[in-house]
Design a binder for this molecule. Structure first.
Ligand SMILES: [Zn+2]
Length: 438
């Protein structure tokens, strides 16, 4: 057991796993200026430490190289993810976009591939001829919207009237939405509909009726949200609930103080990353699910209502390459740095030191394999903790100042400029229930 690890008076399987995890990550937190020359040379050779100091680096080029493999031909090992092809496209494209590395050449391929997953219902399946489902519809639309500024055909690929009718068909009298025809009703299905409807200017009063009421009914005694009323609070569902309420302008319908307390307590005091639920282990993907949920709540507290009030207020714009940022102003993250109610420096330290695979890609924790999902949500959490509510637009950056990545919109999780472009494109399109259902 590490000297830093938590002490428990009663040992259980859970406390043992926690101690094992603290022992697993503690070697990654060694002080770099205490290493000998050959150890330091090794870390500089692999790119993890900058050449002139002891600052940890984001392995930008290696992550790009890894992410590009996800947009090519995948090996047979991925066949079990056949129904998640829109997700793989979104995880890789959004990650590349945060690194400012989406090539113009991808865009026509993205449109033609995702179009082949689209059904006459307007919804998207996980692949050609697959059932329309809320999750691949969300992933497909986000992937289309993030490439659309470079390829406007991507906007037109979304069949708004058909999609609207499909959203209505998934709606239940409780206000929640089904994931698919005859499928489960939960806050995930609800968020995916509300997020895409908001981005495509389809948020009619008819679509929104009772949605906030259903969502609030999923808040638990702990302060977080479960997937359905009565379920245990969980980071992924909490993000869905918080973002949906914020988009609807109704976050104040839930117990915000209890919610903030629950999210803040999910940040692990030793590891610095977030856990998804009480008594679970740290996991890099919750850097976004929990960190993003807190970003949404904190922005709402100072009156930024998310979608309608203009996202330019929500997250300041910076040059995503880091070149355009005045590096002399980039703050080294400290416990008090930044405007979010968690330790932004500690979270970034976890992502950079424990999340990064030295060959590119990011992971849950050091003992786990890298994958596209964890790469996306580690980087998205990093983005949120660098940018949201940063003072005067100066990002809060742990380690090398070139670690700054593009700002993601905490409600939608595509870049802020992509959200603004979609908002502009769809602004004048019909958003009237009677017209849309004709
Ligand atoms: Zn995870």
């Amino acid at each position: 057991m590490s000297a830093f690890a938590s002490k428990f008076t009663v040992e259980t399987e859970t406390t043992k796993l926690q101690q094992d995890t603290e022992a697993e990550v503690s070697p990654f937190f060694i002080k770099l200026d205490g290493l000998n020359d050959s150890q330091l040379k090794h870390l500089r050779d692999v790119g993890l430490v900058n050449e002139t100091g002891y600052d940890v680096r984001l392995l930008r080029e290696k992550h790009v190289k890894y992410l590009l493999t996800g947009l090519g031909n995948l090996s047979a090992g991925y066949s079990s993810l056949d129904a998640s092809r829109p997700w793989i496209a979104y995880w890789c494209l959004h990650s590349l976009d945060l690194l400012d590395a989406v090539d113009d050449d991808f865009c026509p391929r993205v449109v033609s591939t995702l179009k082949s997953f689209q059904n006459e219902t307007g919804g998207f399946g996980g692949g050609p001829m697959q059932l329309s489902h809320g999750a691949p519809t969300y992933a497909s639309c986000l992937a289309l919207l993030l490439v659309a500024p470079k390829c406007p055909a991507a906007y037109e690929c979304i069949d708004r009237p058909a999609l609207y009718k499909w959203f209505l068909a998934m709606k239940t009298p409780t206000g929640g939405f089904r994931m698919h025809d005859d499928g489960e009703v939960d806050v995930r299905g609800t968020y995916t509909v509300i997020a895409i409807a908001a981005l495509c200017n389809l948020l009619t009063p008819e679509l929104c009726e009772n949605v906030a009421e259903f969502t609030v009914s999923c808040q638990t005694y702990e302060g977080g949200f479960g997937g359905e009323p009565g379920n245990e609070a969980h980071g992924g569902y909490a993000f869905c609930a918080v973002a949906a309420l914020q988009i609807l302008g109704k976050l104040d319908m839930c117990d915000v103080e209890a919610l903030k307390g629950w999210i803040a307590r999910r940040q692990m005091s030793f590891e610095g990353g977030f856990q998804g639920r009480a008594n679970k282990l740290v996991d890099g993907c919750y850097s976004f699910w929990q960190g993003g949920a807190m970003a949404v709540v904190n922005a709402a507290e100072i009156g930024l209502s998310g979608f309608d009030s203009g996202v330019e207020e929500f997250i300041p714009e910076v040059d995503s390459s880091g070149d355009g940022v005045d590096v002399s102003k980039v703050a080294e993250a400290t416990p008090s740095a930044g405007g979010l109610t968690f330790d932004q420096g500690l979270l970034q330290r976890y992502v950079l030191l424990c999340g990064q695979h030295v060959e590119g890609g990011l992971r849950d924790k050091p003992s786990k394999m890298r994958d596209y999902y964890h790469t996306c949500y580690n980087l998205s959490g990093l983005s949120v903790s660098q940018h949201v509510l940063s003072e005067d637009g100066v990002p809060v950056v742990y380690g090398d100042s070139a670690n700054v990545i593009a700002p993601t919109h905490a409600c939608f999780n595509i870049r802020v400029d992509r959200v603004k472009a979609a908002q502009t494109y769809f602004k004048d399109k019909i958003c009237d229930h009677t017209e849309l259902i004709k």
